[in-house]
Design a protein around this ligand. Structure first.
Ligand SMILES: NC(=O)c1ccc[n+]([C@@H]2O[C@H](COP(=O)([O-])OP(=O)(O)OC[C@H]3O[C@@H](n4cnc5c(N)ncnc54)[C@H](OP(=O)(O)O)[C@@H]3O)[C@@H](O)[C@H]2O)c1
Length: 330
């Protein structure tokens, strides 16, 4: 397949290249796209060099698949134009996620929603993906009534410029564009995206709305998103309240049996998920599983994943793989 990668030079774009190589994604040609500042530069993939071009050139090259990972504005302007030419578009931005006709997909959770006539598919927010990889099997079994989520989101989740801000603060330069309104090194910002009129941030609303669309709109959700000075890997403290009673051993078994999940939970030997452990891994890690006896049928857990992989590139590539496999099976 001919693959257009819109945003090929970004943090997510470069992770796409790594993951496609590792998974031996069936690609015959790569069409890398970035901003005008990068046009003409070359990207190496599987020993060949590909020149970065404009998005118009990519559209005219008629790729089979276009992965969009260059921000919401580019997706708003271009995604439908690609889809209208029968190109499968998998979009990493938040632009199309809540559109009623655009499927929002985590293959392990709701891949069955995909149809052969879908041309534009949205990749959920990184924090939503890792949350629902764990909560979906628990919801199927015990019905989640309410979730309280606090995120600890790494700086790579805000793109290359945020990484530059962190490193310029760490080496004492404090130069360059500021992505965050305060220093991020040695700090925690309870502020991920713009605030709405009720004081919720964009990232908090994404967690609530996307969970409603993918899993169940009746689940009550309270979310607080926090940016922390970790380079890569998002962590989440999650409190769940179920309709049904649960047995802790059976609940662990349920999670142990899920593809793409790793239960790491042995406090006696200090074993629990951490961003450093999840780095460069495609799986979602869950641990600190314990009953919350302050409510009926309550559970506390801790979820960590590499936001550039399962939270972005890996999930988008899995969507394309799943789509073509299902199409072949029909
Ligand atoms: N970072 C994450 O963990 C994460 C997770 C899930 C989803 N996402 C989403 O993925 C997208 C990219 O995020 P990122 O972290 O990779 O950002 P990034 O590091 O800032 O990269 C942005 C990419 O977009 C390209 N670009 C910017 N303006 C462009 C234009 N006018 N035309 C074509 N390409 C343009 C940049 O090219 P140049 O190099 O030439 O500037 C670069 O390749 C965003 O929509 C983000 O919300 C990110």
């Amino acid at each position: 397949m001919k693959i257009a990668l819109i945003g090929a030079t970004g943090l997510v774009g470069l992770t796409f290249l790594k993951v496609m190589k590792e998974r031996n994604f069936p690609m015959t040609a790569l069409i890398p796209v970035a901003s005008t500042a990068s046009h003409g530069k070359k990207i190496e993939f599987r020993g060949k060099e590909f020149e970065i071009c404009s998005i118009e050139d990519a559209l005219n090259s008629k790729p089979d698949v276009a992965f969009f990972t260059a921000g919401g504005e580019i997706s708003r302007e271009w995604a439908l134009r690609f889809a209208a030419r029968d190109i499968l578009v998998v979009d990493n931005s938040s632009t199309w996620r809540m559109h009623p006709e655009v499927p929002l997909i985590i293959p392990e959770v709701n891949g069955s929603v995909l149809r052969a006539n879908h041309r534009l598919i949205a990749n959920p927010n990184c924090s939503t993906i890792q949350l629902l990889m764990v909560c979906s099997p628990l919801h199927q079994k015990y019905r989640i009534q309410r979730m309280v989520i606090s995120t600890y989101q790494s700086v790579s989740g805000s793109g290359q410029k945020a990484m530059d801000q962190l490193s310029s603060e760490r080496d004492g330069r404090h130069t360059g564009d500021k992505v965050y309104p305060h220093p991020i090194d040695l700090n925690c910002l309870p502020h991920c995206g713009a605030f709405d009129e009720n004081g919720n941030t964009e990232e908090e609303l994404k967690l609530i709305r996307e969970t409603g669309k993918i899993l169940d709109p009746t689940i009550k959700i309270s979310a607080t998103a926090v940016r922390v000075p970790v380079i890569g890997g998002h962590s989440e403290s999650v409190n769940l309240q179920f309709d049904e009673e649960f047995d802790m051993h059976e609940l662990r078994q349920t999670l142990n049996n899920c593809l793409g999940l790793i239960v790491l939970d042995d406090p006696d030997v200090n074993q629990y998920p951490m961003p450093l452990l999840a780095a460069e891994k495609d799986e979602v890690f869950v641990g600190r599983l314990r009953r919350d006896s302050s409510v009926k049928n309550g559970l506390n857990l801790w979820i960590v994943a590499d936001n550039l992989r399962k939270g972005a590139a890996t999930n988008a590539i899995q969507i394309a793989e799943f789509y073509f496999q299902e199409k072949l099976n029909r």
